[in-house]
Design a protein around this ligand. Structure first.
Ligand code: PLP
Length: 407
């Protein structure tokens, strides 16, 4: 099943010429830190609680639990750490295979590799860029066998031990059919909801639909703690074990005894102070992202060769990263050329991620399909969409995109 990656590595592009008179740059996705961030940060420092114990850690966890309606939340050092812990407590072991999106930032696949397990990549559907659930169903039903209560990949003989869908760009995966096939095969589902905090699937908060949900508070995410992550679950045993592993699996705080190999993965009180201030504005930030998306859709949908981002019938997207898709024949430029032209006008943009079945980091890994992800990678570009993006700046972006279109 190893696939031939159809993508060629692109030659490095020459740097764009600086415009004679540089207008103010519009960043792709900058954080908005004008609330209680500095205030809480000062409070944390004054209190002397700077490390991984402290009231802001507890308050940040409580705030996310409350927002999501989940039973347990564990604040950790990064989204990647949350994914690593989630896979481990869900029972993924060395030599297993884990189904994961190929069209995603690399972190979830790396977390699978940390455990000595193998990512088994899954293509996306072309419309919303989300993992193609039909391919997962087809694989589990047709290419796997049940053996001793386990699901085994017929071709590799390896145990398939989890499904890790990534809600990319802020838009939810079609979870109901995914959860149904996972239940049928007794596979745990770990949601990578790092890009989709605030998104809803059929009214339910993304990240609370599977067995464990993972969030990130990196600087470009919907809310930031400078860096950080959160693991949420309804399963008390999972929550307890994740908490234990995140503090080096310490069993006695005085004697420093440990009962297994753990990690130093807790979030600090300093980071949580910033995270809590951001969480207070979560609803406002989601509304801002949705308003930006609606404005882009209205302004760009009539530009020949540009497809705007839409929402699936099941989705209320958080529109974390606003992304257009180009038909170069109609638009007149491909996404690399558009990126360069906009950069020359002081507008930051970014392509989607190289599909992971094409990445050297995971060379040799198998992929179910892959062509839709490759096509999307070649044709998509993310536009400035900071929560604080001013309408006048957004107008500048839209005018630049439309003005570049020669038609
Ligand atoms: C941001 C992100 C993560 C986690 O990133 P960290 O920098 O480790 O917090 C994981 N998965 C996806 C898809 C992401 O976009």
């Amino acid at each position: 099943m190893p696939v031939e990656c159809g993508l060629k590595e692109s030659a490095p592009q020459p740097a764009p010429l600086p415009a004679p008179e540089q207008p103010r740059r519009i960043p792709l996705c900058a954080p908005e830190l004008s609330g209680n961030e500095a205030h809480y940060l000062n409070e944390a420092i004054a209190s002397g609680w700077v490390s991984y114990l402290g009231p802001f850690v507890d308050r940040f966890e409580a705030s996310l639990k409350n927002y999501l309606g989940s039973a347990h939340a564990l604040a950790v050092a990064s989204g990647t750490a949350a994914l690593h812990l989630a896979l481990r407590v869900a029972g993924v072991r060395a030599g297993d295979e884990v189904l994961v999106s190929t069209m995603t930032f690399i972190a979830p696949a790396n977390a699978i590799s940390y455990l000595g397990a193998h990512p088994l990549f899954v293509d996306c559907e072309a419309r919303y860029a989300q993992i193609d659930v039909a391919r997962i169903v087809e694989f589990l039903e047709r290419d796997c066998v049940r053996r001793d209560g386990q699901t085994v990949n017929r071709q590799t003989g390896r145990r398939v031990s989890a499904i890790l869908p990534v809600h990319v760009l802020g838009h939810p995966v079609d979870m109901d059919p995914l959860l149904a096939v996972a239940a049928k095969h007794a596979l745990p589902v770990i949601e990578d909801a790092t890009e989709a905090l605030g998104a809803r699937y059929r009214g339910r908060a993304v990240g609370t639909l599977g067995d464990i949900g993972c969030f990130s508070f990196n600087g470009n995410k919907l809310i930031t703690a400078g860096g950080g992550g959160m693991l949420v679950t309804e399963n008390a045993a999972f929550a307890q074990r994740a908490r234990h592993l995140s503090t080096q699996a310490k069993t006695d705080p005085i004697e420093y005894t440990h009962d297994e190999v753990g990690y130093n993965y807790r979030l600090t009180n300093i980071q949580a102070a910033v995270g809590l201030a951001q969480a207070e504005r979560l609803a406002e930030f989601v509304a801002a992202k949705r308003a930006i998306a609606a404005r882009y859709a209205g302004g760009l949908q009539s530009v020949p060769g540009v497809s705007v981002m839409t929402e699936a019938p099941w989705a209320e997207s958080a529109f974390w990263m606003y992304t257009i898709t180009l038909d170069p024949a109609r638009f007149g430029l491909d996404r690399r050329q558009l990126h360069q032209r906009l950069s020359g006008q002081g507008i930051d943009t970014r392509p989607l991620w190289q599909p992971l079945h094409c990445s050297k980091a995971h060379a040799g890994a198998a992929c179910l399909g892959g062509k839709a992800a490759e096509r999307l990678y070649e044709t998509s570009l993310s536009l400035p969409c900071s929560v604080g993006l001013q309408p006048s700046d957004q107008d500048r972006v839209m005018a630049a995109v439309a003005g570049i279109c020669p038609a």
